[in-house]
Design a protein around this ligand. Structure first.
Ligand code: PEP
Length: 251
């Protein structure tokens, strides 16, 4: 069966020295959790966080982006090999903030997914609709396009290594959460889209997360839904709330 996973997205928060404090506040609860736990940290914190987590089997380190080429003249970018050598296991790809502010497109998302898979990193692919799309009733059409483009050319044997995070843009950092039923409807829709492309077995195996103002108060209801296999947590991953979230996850 699918193992639940809770991933924290620290975004552009915490210097290396500040990151130590947070890791030490979260480490024990995350280590004891009945789900996989990932800290997706700023590049500059990777070394410190990895060292602080030495010996912790249940917690992995993730990055928040990578470049789609192996190496070259891409000033300011970071490659998959660089991340691997730093001990990174997961990488967020196509977060809405990167799509909105940094020119991430479905095409670059696709290249990044393929690069991450080729290098043995686990991609956390983010998809989601704007408020306008939701109001226009085109959520699943939009997400279907994002998924089809993200997986273009991805071999079926690699697909269930990808984790998909459904993140309605209107719920990110706004305190507005999709209701558990709304989130379940879309996550089940995402599973059906994967099923149409790759077949039922792969669709059953792939892990789908919800993200968007998830916190210790709403996580249990969201996680109780059959097609939601965990959460991608932004704001609440920077405080004790994260401990409560991981503790609330059942096997
Ligand atoms: C995110 O950035 O992926 C996210 C879900 O943020 P928040 O939990 O703050 O809405």
């Amino acid at each position: 069966m699918r193992k639940n996973i809770i991933a924290g997205n620290w975004k552009m928060n915490l210097t290396p020295s500040e990151s130590k404090g947070l890791v030490n506040m979260l480490k024990d609860a995350c280590e004891a959790a009945k789900c996989d736990v990932v800290f997706c940290v700023p590049y500059v914190d990777i070394d410190t966080v990895t060292k602080e987590l030495e010996g912790c089997k249940n917690i992995a380190v993730g990055a928040q982006n990578l470049h789609f080429e192996d190496h070259g003249a891409y000033t300011g970018e970071v490659s998959a090999d660089m991340l691997k050598e730093m001990g990174v296991k997961y990488v967020i790809i196509g977060h809405s903030e990167r799509r909105q502010y940094f020119g991430e497109t479905d095409e670059t998302v696709n290249k990044k997914i393929k690069m991450a898979l080729r290098k043995g990193l686990i991609p956390i692919l983010c998809v989601g609709e704007t408020l306008q799309m939701k109001d226009d009733g085109i959520t699943i059409d939009h997400i279907s396009i994002q998924i089809k483009r993200a997986f273009r050319g991805v071999d079926s044997e690699d697909v269930d290594r990808v984790i998909i995070a459904y993140e309605p843009i209107w719920a990110i950092g706004t305190g507005r959460t999709a209701s558990a039923y709304q989130a379940e409807e879309v996550c089940a829709g995402i599973r059906a889209i994967i099923g149409d492309i790759y077949g039922d077995e792969i669709a059953e195996n792939i892990r789908i997360l919800y993200g968007g103002s998830m916190n210790s108060e709403n996580c249990e209801e969201l996680m109780a839904m059959p097609d939601i296999d965990g959460g991608l947590i932004g704001g609440a991953s920077l405080k004790n709330d994260f401990n409560l979230i991981v503790n609330s996850v059942r096997e």
